[in-house]
Design a protein around this ligand. Structure first.
Ligand SMILES: NC(=O)c1ccc[n+]([C@@H]2O[C@H](COP(=O)([O-])OP(=O)(O)OC[C@H]3O[C@@H](n4cnc5c(N)ncnc54)[C@H](OP(=O)(O)O)[C@@H]3O)[C@@H](O)[C@H]2O)c1
Length: 226
């Protein structure tokens, strides 16, 4: 049986992707900060799902996730999905508090890299895969999206170099597109006009099923290719 660790899976894209993989028979390790919401998501995903509440930016929590991977006997897939928008309402860069940006990078860049480092031996053993969830804000010049976008651009470039350094693994970084989630709502966008995260999750599942070479993907393209 295959095992995946998905961060930020109590709601939104993480939860939808966890549902897809649970349906495919994967064993799941998931996290989120809100323990009550996480417990409910884990129960919904079925027996065998391990939910560990905590903040990905916390080293102790990441150690607990790595211990759960060891308990599960190994890892086939790491999905770095948990993320923060940073300062809200989202400011223009001229007004971006730099300390907030440091915290945004801690959650969106440093935590994913630290988690990758923690589980890399397990992934190498099984020729596994890493999926880092990024954004079109990583590559577009949207006003007020500079802090968040810079963190996602950094995650993309980490993924790009990791792919070159780890040819035995599949390393994908993917833009899920706009989704009707709490995050888009918190960004002040019309979230109700966006498609549900289940659509992006179904598209991203193609990566796991088809295992294309390492690289950048857009959920919209993967959905179109079906
Ligand atoms: N929504 C969009 O339109 C959109 C567009 C492009 C890219 N994305 C990306 O897609 C991914 C999923 O976003 P979403 O829209 O599904 O967000 P969401 O609905 O807000 O869900 C985020 C999930 O991550 C958890 N989380 C947040 N911060 C965490 C932390 N520090 N440690 C552990 N868990 C944490 C949340 O639970 P807790 O709050 O309880 O921790 C929740 O389970 C993110 O990487 C986001 O940047 C989203």
């Amino acid at each position: 049986m295959k095992t995946a660790l998905i961060t930020g899976a109590s709601r939104g894209l993480g939860r939808a992707l966890a549902r897809e993989l649970a349906r495919d028979g994967w064993t799941l390790i998931i996290d989120a900060r809100d323990a009550v919401a996480l417990r409910s998501a884990a129960a919904d995903l079925g027996r065998g799902t391990v939910g560990i509440a905590g903040d990905v930016a916390d080293a102790g929590h990441r150690a607990a996730l790595a211990a759960a991977v060891a308990d599960a006997g190994g890892l086939d897939l790491l999905v770095n999905n948990a993320s923060t928008l940073g300062t809200t309402p989202m400011p223009r860069l001229a007004e971006q508090p730099v300390q907030d940006l440091a915290e945004t990078f801690a959650t969106n860049v440093l935590a994913p890299l630290a988690l990758i480092q923690a589980v890399l031996p397990s992934l190498r053993e099984r020729g596994g895969a890493i999926l880092n969830i990024t954004s079109d804000a990583a590559v577009e010049g949207y006003e007020t999206w500079g802090g968040y976008g810079a963190s996602k651009a950094a995650l993309e470039q980490l993924s790009n170099v990791l792919a070159a350094e780890e040819p035995g693994l599949a390393v994908w970084w993917a833009d899920p597109g706009e989704m009707r989630t709490d995050m888009l709502r918190a960004a002040g966008e019309d979230a109700d006009a966006a498609p549900p995260p289940e659509e992006a999750a179904a598209a991203l599942r193609r990566l796991v099923i088809d295992r294309p070479p390492s690289g950048r993907h857009r959920a919209a393209d993967l959905a179109g290719a079906r």
